[in-house]
Design a protein around this ligand. Structure first.
Ligand SMILES: [Zn+2]
Length: 381
């Protein structure tokens, strides 16, 4: 009987490019990461392509790919995945950011980091004030909310993630292509008129990545493993639910550098007792990348190394728990957004001589450059 447990650690957006300010090292190379290096030293490593050609480098695409889901077959949008997470139903489901726009420029995709309680008030206000019967806004986490739209529309509109147009005019990026696009454009414009009445954190909603609910292949059916998902964001819980995994929630998480690391690490350890396959996805490092702040990203990586990787390593036996460590995609601080480039990965079990967890070192690893869809096979079989 195989009693091996599997823990997949996904520090969102951790991979990066060389940064001049950091002596031409990547934040991961520059940061002091003894624990992730220890994982790499017990691993065979490589680089994985997590964004299939033709797809935007979103966390949804990247995480689905590393969890073995072929997005070319199964993906319908980010909004629908987050709707899965919240149990929200509807014909069309969109991510609905609360954003801040000034003089037609996207200033802040996160509504100045609006807090849950205030965001919830905003969502209630929108539902009260709106004139459309077929649209319902649903609260999520902070600026990350959902809009459900009912109706017989022929296709999903083309939309742009707001974090991709920070500092840019919004007009060229308004939803387009079809009736549904026209409707959500109206909603966005309307929100700009009414939001100042209720908050000064955000002055517009931004609907994007809409589609119908997806049907992903289940982890248990494919790999015979009972799975648990731990994260700080709806997106990953939606993916987890879509894959038939149980969702384990942690109090006090912020999806930022000040999150409840202890709670997240403990939830992973506890889940390993009850489940075969545990995913621990954390968000803070990615947000530091979006900020374009090299020092902050290095700090976030070092905290992750100590409080997640180190805390867990101290409490498990690598003979019993196999670890896969990999970011979903790079979020280079120079780009301030995700890029579709390969990520370093380490899978414990057999050392290939790799000594450090970094883009450069993993590239020299045994596996070389692989399709991210193969990660699950390498990991659990
Ligand atoms: Zn991501």
């Amino acid at each position: 009987m195989n009693s091996t447990k599997y823990l997949m650690l996904i520090p969102d957006g951790m991979a990066d490019w060389k940064v001049e300010k950091l002596g031409n090292k990547t934040p991961l190379e520059y940061a002091d990461t003894p624990n992730m290096d220890e994982i790499a030293s017990a691993s065979s490593c490589g680089l994985a392509i997590t964004i299939p050609e033709g797809f935007e480098p979103g966390s949804d695409i990247a995480n689905l790919t590393i969890l073995g889901v072929d997005v070319r077959k199964y993906y319908t949008g980010r909004g629908p995945i987050e709707a899965l997470a919240r149990g929200v139903k509807g014909d069309w489901l969109f991510r609905c950011n609360l954003v801040y726009v000034e003089n037609g420029i996207m200033v802040d995709y996160s509504g100045n980091r609006i807090e849950n309680s205030e965001a919830k008030k905003v969502i209630e206000f929108l539902n009260r004030e709106k004139e459309w019967d077929n649209i319902i806004f649903h609260p999520g986490v902070g600026f990350r909310n959902i809009a459900a739209i009912n109706g017989n529309f022929s296709k999903a509109p083309v939309t742009t993630p707001p974090h991709d147009i920070t500092g840019e005019p919004i007009n060229p990026h308004m939803p387009r292509d079809g009736e549904l696009a026209e409707l959500i454009k109206e909603v966005i414009k309307w929100s700009a008129e009414v939001l100042p009445e209720v908050t000064d954190k955000a002055n517009m909603v931004w609907l994007w990545s809409g589609g119908k609910l997806p049907e992903f292949p289940k982890i248990e059916e494919r790999y015979g493993l009972k799975g648990a998902m731990i994260s700080e964001v709806d997106l990953l819980y939606g993916i987890g639910k879509g894959l038939g995994m149980d969702c384990v929630y942690v109090d006090g998480v912020t999806a930022w550098i000040d999150t409840n690391y202890r709670g997240l690490a403990r939830a992973a350890l506890k889940s390993l007792r009850n489940y075969d396959f545990v995913v621990l996805h954390t968000e803070g490092i990615d947000e530091a990348g979006h900020e374009g702040d090299a020092e902050l990203k290095v700090e976030a990586i070092e905290i992750y190394d100590e409080k997640i990787a180190g805390y867990i390593l101290d409490r498990i036996d690598l003979e019993e728990v196999r670890i896969a460590l990999l970011p979903d995609h790079p979020t280079p601080i120079k780009a301030k957004t995700h890029v579709a480039e390969p990520v370093p990965f380490a899978i414990t079990g057999k050392s290939d001589g790799t000594k450090a967890f970094s883009e450069k070192e993993c590239k020299k690893g045994k596996y070389g450059l692989i399709d991210g869809l193969k990660i699950m096979k390498l990991f659990v079989s």
